[in-house]
Design a protein around this ligand. Structure first.
Ligand code: C2G
Length: 130
């Protein structure tokens, strides 16, 4: 069985998130997803709207996802790959070449165009500015 692992914040879950999970699952038979902790997001310079427990629950309920866990640090990728016996790391191409150092093959997939959590936050702020 080929195990695929991917990581993300998955805040304000949107179609770009769904599509990368769908395409990651198509790369193998079993999909494991590391969800960034609230502390890691702050380190990444992002504060999530939805807390970790809700982001975990949402991603866990997606039909392409077999297992979720908490990602505590970007530098721990290889530890997670080993713990979960992952055969392939999948990331969106906004992370292109950033994780080539891990011990399994890495595939960077095209991001879905015209959607992001930042875009959603800005659109909501504009629509509800008054
Ligand atoms: N994504 C995508 N298309 C979009 C938006 C996001 O394919 N329009 C992908 C990203 O490339 C990433 C995944 O969805 O692979 C999750 O995106 P984020 O929630 O923004 O995750 P990020 O904060 O980049 O965290 O260890 C790596 C990090 O934890 C990734």
């Amino acid at each position: 069985m080929k195990k695929v692992i991917t990581f993300g914040t998955f805040d304000l879950f949107h179609i770009g998130h769904l599509k990368i999970l769908e395409r990651a699952k198509q790369e193998g038979d079993y999909l494991i997803v590391g969800i960034s902790s609230d502390e890691l997001n702050i380190k990444k310079g992002k504060q999530s709207v939805f807390p970790l427990a809700e982001r975990l629950e949402i991603v866990k309920s997606i039909k392409f996802v077999d297992e979720v866990f908490i990602e505590e640090d970007l530098e721990l990728k290889d530890e997670y790959i080993k713990i979960y016996s992952a055969d392939l790391l999948v990331m969106g191409n906004d992370w292109k070449d950033k994780f080539n150092w891990v011990s399994c093959p890495v595939k960077y997939l095209e991001r879905t165009p015209n959607i992001s959590t930042t875009y959603l936050k800005n659109s909501i702020a504009m629509v509800y500015k008054d």
